[in-house]
Write a protein that binds this ligand. Sequence first.
Ligand code: GLU
Length: 420
Amino acid sequence: MAAPFNPYDNYLEVMERAAKMLGLVPNDYASLQQPERELKVSIPVEMDDGSLRVFEGYRIQHSSSRGPCKGGLRYHQDVDVDEVKALAAWMTFKCAVVNIPYGGAKGAVKVDPSTLSLNELKNLTRRYTAMILPLIGPERDIPAPDVGTNADVMGWIMDTYSMFMGFTSPGVVTGKPVDIGGSLGRREATGRGVMFVVREYLHRRGIPMIGTRVAVQGLGNVGGTAALLLHREGCRIVAASDVSGGLYDAKGLDVPAIAAYLSQRGRLLKDYEAPATAKRITNAELLECDCDLLVPAALENQITASNAGKVKAGIVVEGANGPTTAEADAILERLGKKVVPDILANAGGVVVSYFEWVQNIQSLMWDEEEVNRTLEKIMIRAFNEVWDKTTKHDTTMRMGAYMVALERITKAKRIRGVFP
Ligand code: GLU
């Protein structure tokens, strides 16, 4: 039987391979092999019915070599420490690949947020914030939304931290509601970044966007926006899914209608009234469906050794973090499939988080046009740097992206030296 999937091992394998390709020696990357700091907390919450539940939570800081630690907070029933460690490490590399001045971190609470009332969710968030308080701050570590969290959760973190400090500190968290210092364009930023990367990639290969058949796994914050924007650019979204399952329509799905339907909390795609041309499919079937470009935008560990050989799409653009295992990567490469890696493809979110933090520190506000324009510029620059590195070393874009990031991280480490 295969060993259970460990995303942190997956990270190590990829990072070490890229380091060797760059000719780095173990001393150069030894401190990237484990996180700098790991905090585990037990979070007691008084439930609405008077019972007490204790939730498991984490905040893990992988690296602060290039700046304050940065990364989202995930609420999901299946999280474990190795997943959070991997997610934190991927943030270090993501921030380096787009060249924003941050290290990497990630937080998580093992909970299915859909089973909590608003009041329970708020109390959980406030208590979690209090328990990780010594680690966070605008100059230390800045959380943001991820799977299962949203702007409201970020607002509660901002308020809790501010209450402890005795002054309002908007820069402690990004992805906040716009009315309390959030950035315009932040909610759509990850999906918009995916669209820019798809556009640049197709352009490089001389493939027109119009008519390119796209399948999107996950219609959450990332996949939902990516599907809408790709549809607007002329792609044909032939398949899409959420936790309840998916739809396939060779003629193309009515993405704006589906997005409008799903915009109400609690609605699921399985209850959407689809036209007769659409076929119901599972999430597993979506990954293997007939399309040109696949965007896995849900969770990690989706394309594995057991289904990689069945992927029909020629191009995979990773909207999620870590959707492809290292084994699957090797299979896709052998089959000539091209993968645009997560640390580049989904970096748009943290790029606009950076803009939000900059606006908070300077106490000013950019308009949405400026946010989107600057995001586009950074995504195109990062894409080109990764493309050039990939071409130069005649390797995959994942290796290219890791090499670009590793050069920046190890350079910062070299300049700073080892304390004391
Ligand atoms: N959770 C997002 C990610 O995985 C955003 C992180 C951030 O904005 O700090 O990239």
